[in-house]
Design a protein around this ligand. Structure first.
Ligand SMILES: Cc1ncc(COP(=O)(O)O)c(C=O)c1O
Length: 374
């Protein structure tokens, strides 16, 4: 694999738009399973590194995808009408409240492209989703990382940061529940925060993991506050990470701006059809939610028995503290077990493990037990 840095020659005359782009590292995505198998020569590999859904997706989705295959020669619906209509019914909001993205990552990117210039600043939490600093730097803007409180997002400190940099701050990103720590802010905390944020600052509530804990679902705030955007994804509880589809809930004026800037065919037809089928199969999502809650309890019990410190999670992954995390990670890899070391997030000696199938979870815990006692 080549490194991004290695291909930037000193004598290159072409420079990126902003010096901040030079400091960027490519997004550290988990290795695809096939690449890992080739590299390590191991066939029996389990991946608990990217917070994917071990139950796959609803059978209704598979059927919808197969039916959509007859349409591949056509461009997709640029307006994504069918999925917006389905979302409008699900959220009980007018259709103009939605923008669909090629994953919610595209929307995170679109937000900074639409609203952040190189003179502006973007606020996000320490130990929060790694895409926020990346999209900020890509715009040449200033990153304001607010220190975490008990591994969660500190809203008071965020308000201070906004106040101190009031002229510059354009966007605040809040992942709730948070990735990679799994913590959650209550609806009341968010409401108090929104009442204090200046109306010129956009607050993005990234709810990629909301389906695992719906207690802080913030969609109602979109109608109460003009400056709120809620982001959702089909990649986690709906099991459609490979298809790439997510959405923004925001007031129609914000969506109008998104529509001017986004690519016209940003969401492919298979993804649109899959999402319509996925949003309507509530039984599937409910099963995902309850089985994940059971797995979380099981993991807590295992970590307690091993005497490991972990952060209580409201998601489908858990952050666990382990001495020599990078050694343990390497040894797990050699056994065909992929988890996510957290040093890239500044959490040395922590790992993040996504909940897999029962068999995968037992295999991970058994290996960890052996490695810790070795
Ligand atoms: C907090 C958070 N937001 C957004 C995303 C991106 O999801 P998508 O697959 O919809 O791009 C992720 C993915 O891990 C995430 O953890």
């Amino acid at each position: 694999m080549f490194s991004f840095k290695a291909i930037l020659r000193n004598d290159m005359q072409i420079q990126p738009a902003y010096p901040t782009i030079n400091e960027l590292q490519a997004y550290p995505a988990g290795k695809p399973l096939e690449e890992f198998k080739r590299e390590y020569g191991i066939e029996d590999v389990i991946k608990l590194a990217s917070n994917e859904n071990p139950l796959g997706c609803s059978s209704h989705v598979t059927l919808a995808i197969v039916q959509e295959l007859a349409q591949l020669a056509r461009y997709p619906d640029s307006n994504a009408h069918n999925i917006k209509q389905a979302l409008s019914e699900f959220h009980d909001l007018p259709i103009e409240y939605f923008t669909i993205g090629n994953g919610s990552e595209e929307l995170i990117n679109l937000i900074t492209r639409c609203f952040v210039s190189s003179n502006d600043a973007v606020v996000f939490g320490q130990y929060s989703f790694i895409a926020y600093p990346l999209v900020t730097a890509a715009q040449g803007a200033t990153k304001i990382e607010v220190p975490a409180k008990n591994y969660g997002i500190d809203l008071d400190a965020m308000l201070d940061a906004i106040k101190t940099n009031e002229e510059k701050v354009k966007v605040v990103f809040i992942a709730n529940p948070n990735n990679p720590t799994g913590t959650i802010l209550t609806k009341e905390q968010i409401h108090n925060f929104l009442q204090k944020v200046p109306p010129s600052v956009l607050v993005v509530l990234d709810e990629a993991y909301v389906d695992y804990d719906t207690s802080a679902d913030a969609q109602e705030f979109v109608q109460q506050f003009d400056n709120v955007i809620v982001l959702r994804t089909f990649s986690k509880a709906y099991g459609l990470a490979g298809v790439r589809i997510g959405y923004a809930i925001a007031n129609p004026e914000i969506n109008d701006i998104f529509n001017r800037v986004r690519q016209p065919f940003n969401v492919n037809c298979v993804a649109q059809a899959a999402a319509v089928a996925a949003i309507t199969d509530r039984d599937f999502v409910n099963t995902v939610k309850t089985t994940t809650a059971d797995k979380r309890k099981w993991f807590y019990k295992q970590f307690d028995a091993l005497g490991l410190n972990y952060v209580k999670s409201h998601t489908n992954f858990i952050l666990v503290q382990i001495d020599n995390a990078s050694d343990i990670n390497q040894k797990l890899l050699e056994q065909g077990i992929i988890i996510r070391p957290m040093d890239e997030y500044g959490l040395d000696n922590w790992i993040r493990v996504s909940m897999g199938t029962e068999v995968e979870n037992i295999r991970f815990i058994d290996s960890l037990k052996d490695l810790l006692s070795a």
